[in-house]
Design a protein around this ligand. Structure first.
Ligand code: ADE
Ligand code: ZN
Length: 327
């Protein structure tokens, strides 16, 4: 993909980015070596060749396996510092960054280790470049709700850094309502709320209905299948819920960029945004994702690109000062 000058220069806001999904093969090898971990791949090319999945569970298996190299505070620092540098290079001014604490605490890495590394990197990057990053804590939906609730309690001392909570991982058999009590408590604690409704999953439209009507989320991650039901689109518009869509990710876990759907969402006045999801695995950061939508059927014009960024800052949970600087 070629990134044209308009896309390169556009001030950007990213709202759907998993920090563990930015672990590039080069950094993965460097961290493995630093921690004395033997990776089952000869080199970076062999590792990239293993990034061969065609659905969500296939991707998730590779994604969780890759995290095993993240052990120390410095590892999490290096991961977030690399993303912040990349974001700054693409003129991303503000990002709300997902992290998956349970994927780390479940294998013996402490919540403090992880969050100190991530926040120190974002702090340093902010001072150096003006890039602002905030965290959104995702619960893994394939674990029990009790584990999510315990993780929510662990996060409370870090509310200055964590602006909201989300729900990700394998959607099959793990509907939004499984986490009803967890999200009610999160709301009571003052967190904003989003949930993944991944594209083309078995119960996509029912899950979208649940996140709107039963959970009361502030926005929806992916959520493209709402187009199948005009009542869902009407509810999304009426409540001003944003959708954080990830075209290159879609092309890897389902079929195609969903470019026609993104065009339709824009044309129907939904607050849709374009994001990168897991750019080390679905190759392309936010600029590449935008560039991929220049051709038909998305046919994004310069005005559309500006609208996408306005949508993003509008549905973001950024502080007023960040908002004002952006617009
Ligand atoms: N974890 C990381 N990326 C994800 C995605 N796109 N869907 C569900 N869980 C994820
Ligand atoms: Zn995601």
């Amino acid at each position: 993909t070629t990134i044209d000058a308009f896309i390169a220069g556009l001030p950007k806001c990213e709202l759907h980015l998993h920090i563990e999904g930015t672990l590039e093969p080069g950094l993965k090898f460097a961290l493995a070596e630093r921690n004395g971990i033997e990776l089952p791949y000869a080199d970076e090319a062999a590792l990239r060749a293993a990034y061969d999945f065609d659905d969500l569970p296939g991707f998730l298996a590779v994604y969780y396996e890759g995290m095993s190299v993240l052990r120390t505070e410095q590892d999490f620092y290096d991961l977030a510092a690399a993303y912040a540098a990349k974001a700054h290079s693409q003129n991303v001014r503000y990002a709300e960054i997902f992290f998956d604490p349970q994927a780390h605490t479940a294998r013996g890495v402490s919540f403090d280790t992880m969050i100190r590394g991530l926040t120190r990197a974002l702090d340093d990057a902010g001072r150096a470049t003006g890039f602002t990053g905030r965290l959104v804590m995702c619960f893994l939906r394939d674990f029990q709700a009790e584990f999510a609730m315990a993780t929510l309690v662990q996060s409370l001392p870090y509310k200055d850094w964590i602006v909201g909570v989300g729900l990700d991982s394998d959607e099959a058999g793990n509907p939004p309502v499984k986490f009803r009590e967890v999200f009610a408590r999160a709301r009571a604690e003052g967190y904003r709320m989003t949930m993944h409704c991944d594209v083309d999953q078995k119960n996509s439209t029912e899950h979208i209905r649940q996140v709107i009507e039963e959970i009361g989320v502030d926005r929806i991650d992916h959520g493209v299948n709402a187009l199948e039901d005009p009542a869902l689109i009407a509810a999304i518009r009426e409540k001003g819920l944003g959708l954080t869509v990830c075209p290159i990710s879609n092309a890897h876990v389902t079929d195609g960029l969903k470019a026609a759907e993104i065009r339709a969402l824009l044309d129907q006045g939904v607050k849709v945004t374009v994001n990168s999801d897991d750019p080390a695995y679905f190759p392309g950061y936010v600029a590449e994702n935008l560039a991929a939508l220049r051709p038909a059927p998305a046919s994004l014009t310069d005005a559309d690109l500006v609208r996408l960024q306005r949508n993003a800052i509008d549905i973001s949970w950024a502080a007023p000062a960040v908002r004002d600087r952006f617009l």
